[in-house]
Design a protein around this ligand. Structure first.
Ligand SMILES: Nc1ncnc2c1ncn2[C@@H]1O[C@H](COP(=O)(O)OP(=O)(O)OP(=O)(O)O)[C@@H](O)[C@H]1O
Length: 256
């Protein structure tokens, strides 16, 4: 938790057709911090996470992760659009948990977690399994290594997805409305696991959530988005108790 800058968006523009979704967006996330993005539907929050996962590319601007450009690379002293190999290297620092758990249905829980560490990071099967078992204990599923995803509840599957993301030892964990697809009674278990991770590890978190009490509990900083820009940011105490912007007040009164 050294506070150095881990993520930086610089004048990022993203358009879909004629619709400008991110409008010269600047923001940064310091290493070890937990930052939550809130704001009305369609304000561009998920787009930010998808840009970081390189699922989409910005139309303008630059994105850096861990001091390296994600969008560009240096070649012969010039900044050029990043090639696939460069993107893959920078992307290794980033883990993501999606709304839909996206587990491999034909693999048991343990293998879901060990697959990428073995094939992408080159860990031995034994090393990967040891780490996977630790992570499964951490998410409260140490006894479900041999289950298939369909034998688990949605909440359990999402906890496996969290363990799978952490198994790659990313510097930053992106969380995209990870409880939205869950039955209400399963939400608390997943949020408790994430609270525990936030409070006991030094991983950086960038989180899109509609769970305002969760955002209040884990965040060092809350960014309020509207129409593709950060209109207000600050500690959860400030944003939730003394919002300055009229749009923030309107948004919070609709969701709290
Ligand atoms: N692939 C796409 N093609 C066209 N439009 C898109 C695409 N992805 C996102 N958009 C549009 O971009 C805008 C921002 O979407 P985004 O999902 O980032 O918003 P959000 O703030 O995460 O919303 P929500 O809280 O509802 O998830 C929306 O108007 C959406 O319809």
């Amino acid at each position: 938790m050294d506070g150095s800058e881990l993520i930086r968006f610089d004048k990022v523009v993203k358009r879909f057709g004629g619709n400008t979704v991110l409008d010269e967006l600047d923001f940064s996330v310091a290493s070890g911090k937990h930052v939550t993005l809130i704001g009305p539907s369609g304000s561009g929050k998920t787009t930010i996470l998808r840009l970081l996962m390189t699922l989409i590319k910005p139309d303008e601007g630059t994105i850096k992760v861990g001091g390296e450009y994600l969008t560009h690379e240096q070649k012969n002293g010039k900044l050029v659009p990043a090639g696939e190999k460069h993107v893959r290297e920078v992307r290794k620092n980033i883990g993501m948990v999606f709304q839909q758990f996206n587990l491999f249905p034909n693999m048991k829980v343990l293998r879901n977690i060990t697959e990428a560490p073995v094939t992408v990071l080159g860990l031995s099967k034994d090393e990967a399994e040891e780490r996977a078992r630790e992570l499964l204990d951490m998410v409260g599923l140490g006894d479900r290594c041999d289950a298939y995803p369909t034998q688990l509840s949605g909440g359990q599957q999402q906890r496996v997805a969290i363990a799978r993301a952490l198994a790659m030892r990313p510097q930053v964990l992106l969380l995209d409305e990870v409880t939205s697809a869950l039955d209400p009674e399963l939400v608390a278990g997943v949020l408790d696991v994430l609270r525990d991770i936030a409070h006991t590890t030094d991983i950086t978190m960038l989180c899109v959530t509609h769970e305002m009490s969760f955002a209040r509990d884990i965040s060092d900083q809350v960014l309020m988005f509207d129409a593709g820009r950060v209109i207000e940011s600050g500690s959860p105490e400030k944003i939730f108790s003394e919002p300055e912007h009229e749009r923030t007040r309107e948004f919070l009164s609709a969701v709290l």
